[in-house]
Design a protein around this ligand. Structure first.
Ligand SMILES: Nc1ncnc2c1ncn2[C@@H]1O[C@H](COP(=O)(O)OP(=O)(O)OP(=O)(O)O)[C@@H](O)[C@H]1O
Length: 236
């Protein structure tokens, strides 16, 4: 589904060029939860940003459903991104002053179009599946951190993306809310057959991983696909 071939990234500070991601091969499959872990500065967010077509690699090729996306113009890449990707961040980043439902449908407003009626229905259904029934007309400030994060997952899923990329989705949450969020992300991967990639340095999310990848100094140092899910779940 998503294939990275020798993807590398260099950053320049104007004087020096520094390689922060060394040539990386990676294939991401639908139907499993992939966790990218590693110490601070190891290149997790850089890799996730390249996967989400937010950042261009310095070298290598990337394919999405057999289409090479590394040769696309910025505009074409943006279209592919809108069609295929959903993003969840450390902070839910909901807009205050508008309701949860309006937050979920915001991308349609940004594009200048009215949300189609079926999307409103879908947003309400998503809220229900995510345990947020009854919150559609509430303001974000009335929700707990965990509820806000679940609303941000609904926002990411409204366009039915085949790939969901999450950067530290539990690190602002308490253990219990983090567990709820990880269970949801795992279900989204397995039952809805999507690619779900979670960047986290939090060992408590590792038991949820179907595939656990560790990065160190811009390199994948381990890639394990074993039944972490049967091990101890997210706990204190
Ligand atoms: N825009 C940029 N310009 C220059 N250097 C950058 C830029 N973005 C990231 N870096 C550097 O690239 C390296 C990898 O950063 P990255 O954010 O991918 O690591 P990370 O593993 O996600 O870290 P953390 O867990 O702290 O978020 C770091 O040394 C960082 O300073």
């Amino acid at each position: 589904m998503m294939l990275l071939e020798k993807i590398a990234k260099d950053f320049s500070d104007g004087r020096q060029i520094r390689r922060v991601l060394f040539p990386t091969d990676l294939e991401c499959q639908a139907g499993e939860l992939m966790v990218l872990s590693g110490p601070s500065g190891s290149g997790k967010t850089t890799l996730l940003s390249i996967m989400g077509l937010v950042l261009s690699p310095s070298e290598g090729r990337m394919f999405l459903n057999d289409q090479e996306v590394t040769i696309l113009s910025d505009e074409e890449a943006a279209t592919i991104r809108l069609q295929n990707f959903g993003f969840v961040f450390q902070q839910a980043m909901l807009i205050d002053g508008v309701t949860i439902l309006e937050n979920i449908l915001l991308s349609f407003a940004i594009q200048g179009s009215r949300p189609p009626a079926d999307k409103k229905k879908k947003a309400v259904e998503l809220l229900k599946t995510l345990g947020l029934e009854g919150t559609a007309n509430m303001q974000p400030r009335l929700l707990s951190g965990g509820m806000k994060q679940r609303a941000s997952i609904a926002r990411a899923l409204i366009k039915d993306p085949s790939i969901l990329l999450c950067d530290e989705p539990t690190s602002a949450l308490d253990a219990e809310s983090g567990q709820v969020v990880m269970n949801i992300l795992k279900r989204i991967a397995i039952e809805e057959n999507r690619v779900v990639v979670v960047v986290s340095h939090d060992a408590r999310v590792f038991p949820f991983a179907d595939r656990l990848i560790k990065l160190e100094n811009g390199m994948i140092v381990s890639d394990t696909r074993e039944s972490y899910s049967e091990k101890k779940a997210y706990s204190q």
